[in-house]
Design a protein around this ligand. Structure first.
Ligand SMILES: NC(=O)c1ccc[n+]([C@@H]2O[C@H](COP(=O)([O-])OP(=O)(O)OC[C@H]3O[C@@H](n4cnc5c(N)ncnc54)[C@H](O)[C@@H]3O)[C@@H](O)[C@H]2O)c1
Length: 427
């Protein structure tokens, strides 16, 4: 393939080296002439293990050239990868000016060249950037082009220092496409060097977001590990062994468990033990803003769930289940108790049915809530106009529904459906 790469920094450089390694002809473009010159001398613009060697080889085979002339680069390629910077300011606003400048340069070139072309964004951009910022800038030009360029978002997941391996052996490739433009074949061909890497096609926004999810998760892991082991260290724990033991659990720890968005956490252990850890940190003078923030985050999420229920604008709410999760009778720190109390405070009529509930515990812990418990499920379905599902024995509830009812499913099981009722999932 004939590929141009805009932006000769870390990402652009690695892409150029790796794509030429698998035989593609690559034209690099940068506004900085010294970077262009380095490429034309067969050198790398950055230090990244393996890249210099690949650049020497590409230079010998005459597979790579560079220029600061965007039109020349577009003329010599069928597909452009945009790898320019998207720095954020102190508040986190993403500067899209480099991306938009290159986009304009490419469109200007295409107006002259008038040929089929694919523009692939590799830079990290917030969800909605292609739909709301890039397409409005370029679509006015589409009419004057006989070939409308295809637009693709291809997030780059490589890590500096390990970038070549990450390029050739990544876990998955995510591609944001417009379903109406057939760019899938071209992208599949681009990554045909390793047939074992799964390619996931999705819409622009999802692909744009996934990149931020990955990086925030990695940052979360680093902060978590540093804080948790600082607490342990202050209490003379053997950190190396503790860490090995933590990592050895791939059922609950290093797994997808607890990573599916849904209800806030509750129950007896997670809140109690996290609170105890924070206290241990304070006692041992270890500041743990990350772990302390867990409760702030969970409380904010409890409030979001209340807002979500209120948005239905329904007055008769049937809460089917108030234990903190399925398959337990435990109501300690249940987010559904918070929801029940919040809805009552908002003046809603709320009734509860829960066949798992330990009424004795409720009488002791929350005597003021006993009056909201009812025991005729069918009656409650008939009475309500909104049903909140938190009990996996929902079949009889679904069977009793009619189209006047709304349903919010809080079960982390998005497969629940009925013929004529729309069931809204939390996510
Ligand atoms: N560095 C990483 O490890 C990494 C990993 C994944 C994704 N990303 C994302 O990839 C993007 C690029 O990151 P980077 O670290 O390679 O940036 P970088 O700052 O190293 O390189 C960007 C290059 O773009 C050039 N440029 C700016 N305007 C241009 C224009 N109009 N035409 C041509 N070139 C232009 C700059 O001169 C610079 O050489 C960012 O969005 C970043 O978030 C970076």
């Amino acid at each position: 393939m004939k590929i141009s790469v805009f932006g000769l920094g870390y990402v652009g450089m690695v892409n150029i080296a790796c794509l030429s390694k698998v035989g593609h002809q690559v034209y690099g473009c940068d506004v900085k002439q010294h970077k262009v010159d380095l490429i034309n001398q067969g050198k790398s613009t950055v230090f990244e293990p393996g890249v210099s060697e690949m650049m020497e080889e590409a230079h010998e085979k005459e597979l790579v050239k560079a220029s600061s002339d965007a039109e020349l680069c577009v003329a010599n390629s069928d597909i452009a990868l945009l790898c320019v910077g998207t720095p954020s300011d102190v508040e986190g606003n993403v500067n899209l000016s480099y991306i938009l400048n290159v986009t304009r340069d490419i469109i200007k070139a295409l107006k002259k060249l008038d040929k089929p072309f694919t523009i692939v964004y590799r830079s990290t951009i917030p969800p909605g950037t292609i739909d709301n910022q890039i397409l409005p800038v370029i679509s006015p030009y589409f009419e004057s082009l006989s070939h409308k360029p295809k637009i693709v978002f291809l997030p780059e997941f490589l890590r500096e220092g390990n970038a070549v391996k990450d390029f050739f052996e990544c876990a998955r490739i995510v591609v944001g496409v417009d379903e109406n433009e057939n760019a899938k074949d071209q992208l599949t061909e681009l990554f045909s060097f390793n047939q074992n890497i799964p390619i996931h096609f999705t819409n622009y926004r999802t692909a744009e977001f996934v990149k931020y999810v990955d990086n925030a998760y990695h940052a979360t892991k680093v902060s978590f590990a540093n804080e948790i082991y600082s607490i342990g260290s202050s209490m003379d724990v053997d950190i190396v062994t503790a860490n090995k033991l933590f990592l050895s659990d791939d059922i609950l720890n290093i797994s997808t468990k607890y990573l599916i968005p849904g209800m806030p956490f509750g129950g007896s252990c997670l809140p109690k033990d996290t609170r105890a850890l924070i206290h241990m940190g304070i006692k041992n003078e270890v500041d743990t803003p990350f772990i302390r923030g867990i409760f702030e985050s969970n409380n904010a999420h409890k409030q979001r769930i209340v807002e979500k229920v209120l948005k239905f604008e329904k007055d008769k709410i049937f809460l089917y289940g108030i234990t903190f999760k399925q398959d337990t009778d435990d109501i300690r720190e249940s987010p559904f108790i918070f929801l029940l109390e919040s809805l009552i405070a908002k003046g809603k009529q709320v009734r509860v049915f829960d066949d798992r509930l330990n009424l004795t515990s409720l009488r002791i812990e929350f005597p003021h809530l006993v009056q909201y418990i009812h025991d005729d499920l069918n009656e409650l379905v008939k009475w309500s106009d909104l049903i909140i599902l938190n009990n996996k024995n929902y079949e009889n509830v679904l069977a009793a529904l009619d189209s006047s009812k709304s349903v919010l499913n809080c079960l982390n099981n998005n497969d629940i459906s009925t013929n004529n009722i729309i069931i809204e999932n939390l996510y």
